[in-house]
Design a protein around this ligand. Structure first.
Ligand code: PEP
Ligand code: MG
Length: 874
């Protein structure tokens, strides 16, 4: 198949060739050329060539360099320049570009095509010898680094020597003569390290560079980035070879990076930065701090207007917010890149809503545009205004990625990772972040850098993750080796805590109190659209009136799982629970349960009230009883004292309750079989609470759920007990109103899924407990999976944690079977899911496909589930 696609005035190939082949950058360079934007011409080598390169043991595919040669010829003709020419040489950049953007992760080589003769040629053509030798030294340096893997410091040392000789401190102050000398020094260095001369043949340079870019696809940092981002199934990177334009030709030149809208807030305002007299990488690398694009009219009004026009052209064409790179060469604007801009969750929602208003997209598209998981960022904490006002502000950097982060200082990525693994919250402090830091950035609560702009690596990556980041805090003196920072005349070390405000850029000393976020009008609008499209119901897992209330505010349409055991853990109740467990006869057990009943009833009333008119699935006691007993001798002594028994009695009971596999032991419905009085107390509390609500005109809709059922007999027997208790309670209360209480079960044991047709005979509803179902289907302990999961993930045995995202091909079969068999008995059987998977977008999509009625998830994930359900329906 075709290996090289040309873009330029001569021709622009590959109109419908997808990103998977041309890479994101390649597709968009061609597309921008097609819609008439000023793009320097060039060509793209396909990702298939990268794949072939690896498959053949790192060899370029046969014929590729012939096609490259042909494309170079076309380029030379179009531009009237020649590779290696001593009068007007063609120079190109060689850049990576995969189907999914991986900012800064792969290699780039600029100024390619320069050799001794061409540098003379460039000096003549530009009438600027200094510029030409500056370009040449950059090439030798970059080529040495990237293609030959030379140590960057050797080049730096050579440069320092030259600077010393000319008694200057800045690169820009070294005269042409010095740079000429530097090129000679660099070439010697190159030869000394590599044993061969710096290649003078531009085609040879190109060939080696193409191989280096292909090679950068599999560096550990690129592999790690794809792992973190969950990027899989790509062929490799494409290579873009593009004629060079220069932003460093003097004060009428420059380079910049911009977003067509504000990527932090979503505001419809061109947003970006530029540097005068600089080359592209200077902005992204964050080495110099650039100025905002809004300042550009002062420098060049015409270019600024042209950029604004391009913003409109791009948005009209792509109907999406774009992230662009541009260069101005002696007053002429060139577009070097466009791609869909990364944005915060807040911005994603605003942009989607605004673009509907602007008639660029419709409501369906708006709903599809916002990654469901990114809504977490709208639900992110910020600092409490009172605490903020009182905060000890040390300095202000750039507000690179919003949110609030508090943590101890760490100074390297490995440190950040270690601390996070130990469960500590840390702020990763770096002068500037490099792609090697991604791991640590991911692990840290927040990121702080002293150089770099809003589009620097740290900012772009953090924003993509919704992680708080303050960049370019130049007042901070960072001593990475000494592990301390100096700011405002004070010193902070790894022992100190600081707080970062990613929304204002402020860096504060100490721990500043955070608060929960408020939701915007656009958020409500998007959610309303989503609700209109989705067919899945969204419930929540909540076991307190407060959580229920919050979940309802987030849009929950009921409770899918109320874990009653959570109600037993509070200090004033657990003692009765413990007394119940300690009892060795039914009478004592009932006496203890009687004391628990009022607590349960009160909680249920509160929850029913918060969920007035909505269903509330209450699950009967599930965990093994030993979980309620203290295991430390001190705590056992205290308990003994409180209950007036001997500590030895407690030790004995705890030992008796010990099980080798408690998750497979005496728990769930098995507890109700052996201690029916527990079931009776809980059902009574539910019914009494419902009656009390009914008397207060609150519509309680309890659904009683029996956990861990594996056989039809368990459910039929327990259902009868529940029904009997309901009847007794109603009679005892002399209640004459209507109570519509459903009785159902969880499907969380594989056998329950396999016999779901039989089980359905006794169930008004099913709810898949996919936590236990995953545990028992894989045979992985829910609680201990982390002992081997990291190895399973890194060795690709598993792609994701199956407790986070439902294993659709395995566990999913049981879910599907449960649904089919259940409904073969009762066609209208109500079915939901209440395992953690109920809040995971890809699992939600599965639930939608297999015909569940609802998903139930934690309160904070309710909006995510609403959006994900809509996306599945569209
Ligand atoms: C489940 O097993 O999926 C479930 C929801 O119950 P729990 O997590 O309480 O065991
Ligand atoms: Mg369970």
């Amino acid at each position: 198949s075709k290996m090289v696609y040309y873009f330029g005035k001569t021709k622009t190939e590959g109109k419908n060739v997808p990103k998977s082949i041309l890479g994101g950058k390649g597709v968009n360079l061609a597309e921008m050329t097609r819609i008439g934007l000023p793009v320097p011409p060039g060509f793209t080598i396909t990702t298939e060539c990268c794949d072939a390169y690896y498959k053949s043991g790192k060899k370029l595919p046969a014929g590729l360099m012939d096609d490259v040669n042909t494309a170079v010829k076309t380029l030379e003709k179009e531009l009237g320049k020649k590779f290696g020419d001593d009068a007007n040489p063609l120079l190109v950049s060689v850049r990576s570009g995969a189907a999914v953007s991986m900012p800064g992760m792969m290699n780039t080589i600029l100024n390619l095509g320069l050799n001794d003769a061409a540098t003379e040629g460039l000096a003549k053509a530009t009438k600027n010898e200094r510029f030409a030798y500056d370009a040449y030294r950059r090439l030798i340096n970059m080529f040495g680094d990237v293609v030959m893997g030379m140590d960057h410091h050797a080049f730096e040392a050579a440069f320092d020597k030259v600077k010393k000789k000319y008694k200057v401190s800045e690169d820009t102050e070294v005269p042409a003569e010095g740079l000429k000398q530097l090129c000679e020094d660099y070439k010697s260095l190159y030869k000394k390290v590599n044993g061969s001369d710096f290649p003078q043949d531009p085609i040879k340079q190109l060939e080696l560079s193409i191989m280096a870019v292909f090679g950068s696809w599999n560096t550990s940092r690129a592999v790690r980035y794809r792992e973190i981002e969950g990027i899989r199934g790509l062929l490799g990177t494409a290579v873009n070879v593009q004629s060079m334009v220069y932003g460093n030709m003097g004060d009428d030149s420059g380079t910049g990076v911009a977003f067509t809208r504000n990527p932090n807030t979503g505001e419809n305002k061109f947003f970006g930065e530029f540097l005068i007299n600089a080359q592209g990488e200077d902005v992204v690398a964050g080495i110099r701090t650039p100025q905002p694009v809004a300042e550009m009219p002062k420098w060049n009004r015409a270019v600024h207007s042209e950029l604004l026009a391009i913003k409109k052209t791009l948005e009209d064409h792509y109907k999406e917010m774009q992230d662009i790179e541009f260069t101005i060469e002696r007053g002429t604007l060139y577009m070097l890149q466009t791609r869909t801009g990364k944005r915060t969750g807040v911005a994603a929602v605003k942009i989607a809503c605004d673009m509907v208003k602007e008639k660029l997209i419709d409501e369906k598209e708006a709903v599809m545009r916002v990654p469901a998981n990114d809504l977490t960022q709208l639900l992110l904490p910020s600092f409490k205004p009172t605490a903020r006002n009182a905060a000890d502000v040390l300095c202000r950097g750039l507000p690179a990625s919003p949110g609030a982060a508090v943590g101890k200082l760490v100074f390297s990525a490995p440190e950040a990772r270690e601390a996070a693994e130990a469960g500590l919250k840390v702020i990763l402090v770096r002068k500037e972040t490099s792609p090697e830091d991604v791991d640590g950035m991911n692990a840290a609560a927040g990121i702080l850098t002293s150089t770099g702009g809003m589009t620097s690596h740290a900012a772009v990556v953090a924003r993509g993750w919704g992680k708080c980041c303050v960049a370019g805090a130049g007042e901070i003196e960072i001593d990475e080796k000494g592990k301390k920072i100096k700011v405002a005349g004070r010193t902070f070390t790894g022992k100190d805590i600081i707080s970062l405000d990613g929304t204002t850029g402020e860096v504060m000393s100490g721990e500043v109190e955070t608060q929960e976020p408020k939701l915007s009008g656009d958020f409500a609008k998007l959610m309303a659209w989503a609700d209109g499209f989705r067919t899945l119901g969204i419930r929540t897992n909540a076991d307190s009136p407060n959580d229920s209330k919050r979940a309802r505010e987030f849009g929950a349409e009921g409770i899918g799982l109320c874990r009653t055991e959570h109600m037993f853990f509070e200090a004033d109740r657990i003692i009765h629970m413990r007394a119940m467990i300690l009892a060795d006869n039914e009478k004592d057990r009932k006496a203890a349960l009687k004391k628990l009943l009022p607590f349960q009833r009160k909680d249920f009333e509160g929850i029913f009230k918060a969920m007035d008119g909505l269903p509330v699935t209450v699950r009967l006691l599930d965990p093994p009883l030993h979980e309620f007993l203290p295991h430390e001798p001190e705590a056992q002594k205290a308990m003994a004292k409180e209950l007036g028994v001997k500590p030895a009695d407690i030790v004995k009971r705890a030992e008796a309750l010990h099980e080798s596999n408690p998750m497979l032991g005496h728990r769930g419905c098995r507890l109700s079989v052996t201690y029916p009085e527990i079931l009776e107390m809980q059902v009574r509390a539910i019914v009494e609470a419902a009656i009390s609500c009914s008397n207060k005109k609150i519509k309680a809709q309890p659904e009683i759920m029996i956990p861990l059922v594996g056989t039809e007999a368990e459910l039929s027997m327990l259902r009868a007990k529940v029904e009997e208790t309901i009847k007794d309670t109603v009679e005892a209360k002399k209640f004459t109103g209507k109570l519509d209480i459903l009785i159902g079960t969880m499907i969380e044991i594989p056998r329950a899924a396999l016999t779901a047709d039989k089980i359905a005979e006794h169930a008004d509803f099913f709810s898949f407990g996919t936590n236990d179902l995953t545990q028992m289907t894989f045979g992985y302990s829910r609680d201990d999976i982390n002992t081997f999961l990291p190895d399973y993930l890194s060795q690709d045995i598993l792609h994701v944690d199956p407790f986070q995202s439902l294993d659709q091909s395995g566990v999913g079969q049981l879910v599907e079977m449960g649904v089919q068999k259940g409904r073969s008995t009762k066609p209208k059987l109500k079915i939901g899911i209440c395992g953690e998977h109920g809040g995971d977008p890809s699992s939600i999509d599965f639930c939608h496909r297999v015909g569940l009625d609802y998903v139930s998830c934690s309160p904070f994930r309710v909006p995510i589930a609403r959006l994900a359900a809509a996306q599945s329906a569209l």
